[in-house]
Design a protein around this ligand. Structure first.
Ligand code: DER
Length: 233
């Protein structure tokens, strides 16, 4: 099975949790894309009715529009029944790293407003600890004096051998759906206390949000060659 086939298996399994009448958080990324496609298909077949989708990015908004999924937002639906989204890393306590696709703020807003947050991953996303994979830990920052904020972030994780880099699209800074920049933190060692790290990052005035989703997932669906496993909080 290819990685994308595994992602699709996890996504389709998550959509089995969807019931007619639900307000659904629609995730962003290549795994969540399969879930949104499946929801659109079931609506078209009449197997699902009365769904309201709350997209977590402009990209997912566009995908959902093309599928005819009725859409709204958190202002109209401050409580979401179920959100389905991917993740970049999942630790044994169901803490996540998200945001390598750049949608972390709206994802965290929507997924923080939901009763159930189902994470869908292929097995490659499972890690023993967050942050030490050497891959990016995204932080959304305001564009104003981003170099100053990047340096403060880098210094915060000095003992993890952190290098902070501005995420770019070609030669230009990557700009999020919210008009902000992303500083990616590359750590050589695992982050120790995740809650302390989270609080320290959010204390920096130029920071909007970070990609650690702590104690938010209620279910993790993992697809591997051996099959699909479902872990609940
Ligand atoms: O950027 C994001 O938050 C995505 O959801 C990411 O966490 C997972 O993306 P993928 O499903 O394309 O690997």
């Amino acid at each position: 099975l290819t990685q994308d086939e595994l992602k699709k298996i996890a996504a389709y399994k998550a959509v089995e949790f969807v019931e007619s009448g639900m307000v659904l958080g629609l995730g962003t990324g290549s795994t969540a894309k399969h879930a949104v496609d499946r929801i659109g298909e079931l609506l078209r077949q009449g197997k699902l009715t009365n769904i309201v989708g709350i997209p977590t990015s402009k990209k997912t908004h566009e995908q959902a529009v093309s599928l005819g999924i009725p859409l709204s937002d958190l202002d109209s639906y401050p409580v979401v029944d179920l959100a389905i989204d991917g993740a970049d890393e999942v630790d044994p306590f169901m803490n996540l790293v998200k945001g390598r696709g750049g949608s972390l703020l709206r994802e965290k807003m929507v997924e923080g407003a939901c009763k159930k947050f189902v994470v869908i991953v292929d097995e490659s996303k499972l890690v023993p600890h967050l942050g030490g994979s050497g891959l990016a830990m995204p932080v959304e920052v305001v564009p104003y004096c981003w170099k100053f904020t990047a340096k403060r972030l880098q210094d915060l994780f000095e003992d993890c051998g952190c290098v902070a880099k501005l995420r770019t699209t070609g030669e230009q800074p990557f700009v999020t759906d919210n008009g902000n920049y992303v500083i990616d933190l590359y750590l050589k060692k695992d982050i120790g206390d995740l809650k302390v790290a989270s609080d320290n990052i959010l204390r920096l005035a130029g920071v909007v949000e970070h990609g650690m989703f702590l104690d938010m997932a209620t279910t993790v669906i993992v697809a591997s060659e051996l099959g699909v496993t479902i872990r609940n909080k």
